[in-house]
Design a protein around this ligand. Sequence first.
Ligand SMILES: Cc1cc2nc3c(=O)[nH]c(=O)nc-3n(C[C@H](O)[C@H](O)[C@H](O)COP(=O)(O)OP(=O)(O)OC[C@H]3O[C@@H](n4cnc5c(N)ncnc54)[C@H](O)[C@@H]3O)c2cc1C
Ligand SMILES: *[C@@H]1O[C@H](CO)[C@@H](O)[C@H](O)[C@H]1NC(C)=O
Ligand SMILES: *[C@@H]1O[C@H](CO)[C@@H](O)[C@H](O)[C@H]1NC(C)=O
Ligand SMILES: *[C@@H]1O[C@H](CO)[C@@H](O)[C@H](O)[C@H]1NC(C)=O
Ligand SMILES: *[C@@H]1O[C@H](CO)[C@@H](O)[C@H](O)[C@H]1NC(C)=O
Ligand SMILES: *[C@@H]1O[C@H](CO)[C@@H](O)[C@H](O)[C@H]1NC(C)=O
Length: 584
Amino acid sequence: MYTLKLPWPCLLTLLLVGAATHDGNSVWAKRTTAFQTRSTAGKSSSPECRCFPGDACWPAPSAWNALNESVSGHLVATVPIGSVCHGDTYDADACGAIQAAWTTAETHTDSSSSVLVPYFANQSCDPFLPRDAPCVVGTYVQYAVGVSGVSDIQSTLSFARENNIRLVVRNTGHDYFGKSTGAGALGVWTHHLKDFDVLDYSSPLYTGKAIRMGAGVQAGDAAAKAFAEGLTLVAGVCPTVGLAGGYTQGGGLGPLTSKYGFGADQVLEWRVVLADGSDVVATPDRHPDLYWALSGGGGGTYGVVYSMTVKAHPNELTTAANLSFSNNGSNDDTFFKAVGAFHAVVPALSDAGGTALWTVQSRGFSLGPVTAPGVTKETLDSILEPVLLRLQYLGIPYSYSSAEFPSYHESNLAYNPPGSTPGVQIGGRLVPRSVFTGNEDGFNQAVRKIVGQGAAVTGVSFTAPNEVNFDNSVNPELRNSMISFQVGTLWNHTDWELNLRNQDLITNTFIPSLADLIPGGGSAYLNQADFREPDWQQVFYGETYETLLQAKARYDPDDLFWGMTAVGSDRWAETEDKRLCRVS
Ligand SMILES: Cc1cc2nc3c(=O)[nH]c(=O)nc-3n(C[C@H](O)[C@H](O)[C@H](O)COP(=O)(O)OP(=O)(O)OC[C@H]3O[C@@H](n4cnc5c(N)ncnc54)[C@H](O)[C@@H]3O)c2cc1C
Ligand SMILES: *[C@@H]1O[C@H](CO)[C@@H](O)[C@H](O)[C@H]1NC(C)=O
Ligand SMILES: *[C@@H]1O[C@H](CO)[C@@H](O)[C@H](O)[C@H]1NC(C)=O
Ligand SMILES: *[C@@H]1O[C@H](CO)[C@@H](O)[C@H](O)[C@H]1NC(C)=O
Ligand SMILES: *[C@@H]1O[C@H](CO)[C@@H](O)[C@H](O)[C@H]1NC(C)=O
Ligand SMILES: *[C@@H]1O[C@H](CO)[C@@H](O)[C@H](O)[C@H]1NC(C)=O
């Protein structure tokens, strides 16, 4: 049987090619275009800006030492992990090792400063650039406190507040909007908060098994620990994403969404350190507005989550499937007919309670996994059979596999093994079912057009369960959608200008071509979208934005927390040198 080898990274599959064409002579040294996003020009050390390294207000070493003592020595001064490839700190062996490990997510998620979305590193200390390329702390956080408890968080917040330092909450560094990094910033680094306790929980909302986990717990570890207790947790497809951080706070989409709802729908309690240092528990009854905002309204802007308590579900029979076929270059028409045949079964997959994840790119199609809790292999095979028949009819060789497992965890290990995580740039759109089924041809053509220009399109299909007690800030447009489409291009380490051209294609061509098919232009999932989305307040948050702003005003009135496209962030912007300044 013919097999197309597609290594699985988390979500976007590989084999991407840069969408825009190389101009042939563009190398890193010729970089001319500024690193500038939603910037405000001209301001510098005005009192309306955060204090910046080099300013007179920047704390003296003795002040940093005092902070370090107050956090039991957990303060880390950033040394970018790629420094071993540059300047005086060059070390050939260490540099080779970090290059080899660069697309392994843990290389970044275990660090106090690195980020997985390369644009926000501004090419600084990039291990694939020449030894004499710039290597400065730049847009990485200046310092991070590897917090081990509530008091470390409190000390860090008060240091940032008292010294007017930009503050960043950093968990794993997966954020597509650069919200877990920042020039001149001090990071609250939550990675070491790994507590994990199984509880018998009882509240007016829910009685049953629950898990309380520290803010640093990552999806893969959580799933394994829950499985050892006979339990299943709702998470995304990537084992290194943090659960209590941006994922759940931003909504949380994944293979169990059709069965149990979003990550945020699982939350029973948040323990949070607020901007003023208070340590509070937010539930549907206590600080209900904070509970509501944290459950879907986006990470990094209302407070620092110390732990969260979520529902845990019993293990259940789960079927998974994968399918791949390739576009050999001379079968473009038949290839896209086959892609269309898959799109035609997406509603049936959702109706069965399944969640599908697929990627279309110029070289091939790959579906995997489809996850169908409570569904037998026979049923899932029969839903996908029309696609296989169509492939046979079209004469396209394919590889299909499906199997039944006693639990979601086992199905996920077999059908969603961890893969590499290359740097990408993305944009996104949510498509409601009626719009998709009413204009499937339109979507098929848009996907073909985007893919034809070298980008990849990833779809995640789901149907959120229709329950009444999800009173949280997950955007109703997300709840009412059937497909979350992402468009991505692969990051090119050496060619900055090419990356910016790809960004422009995503923002100005690819996403609009999907938006044009949706009345009103549609919404996007705030965790998986374009950081340059023009109308992000409406597109990411919709009708929840005004209420979220009220929670922001109440719990962080002085904007200690800021992140690009986070609620309330439009009151601030970065200058050309990435200094954070108030704009209104
Ligand atoms: C490879 C990849 C795969 C992904 N797969 C999925 C998926 O399957 N489903 C899905 O829904 N999403 C997915 N995402 C998106 C992911 O949910 C977001 O990037 C999310 O923000 C990551 O959260 P984090 O805490 O791990 O990352 P970080 O980048 O560390 O943080 C993200 C945001 O949350 C804030 N934050 C982190 N911790 C805290 C805390 N303790 N308190 C307050 N704020 C905090 C940060 O300030 C930042 O704003 C994926 C992203 C990537 C890069
Ligand atoms: C990155 O860009 C350079 C210069 O334009 C080009 O030569 C190279 O092939 C590109 N790399 C990838 C992986 O596309
Ligand atoms: C903080 O203190 C610890 C322990 O004394 C030390 O190892 C570390 O280097 C210090 N951090 C900074 C930024 O000085
Ligand atoms: C981003 O990189 C460019 C090119 O190396 C550099 O001029 C600029 O200062 C960097 N910006 C920051 C904030 O480090
Ligand atoms: C490409 O695939 C088609 C089937 O879709 C096949 O008929 C054709 O021979 C293949 N061409 C090449 C060059 O492999
Ligand atoms: C599909 O799943 C099977 C079983 O886990 C695996 O052997 C195969 O490599 C997978 N195919 C793809 C394309 O991932």
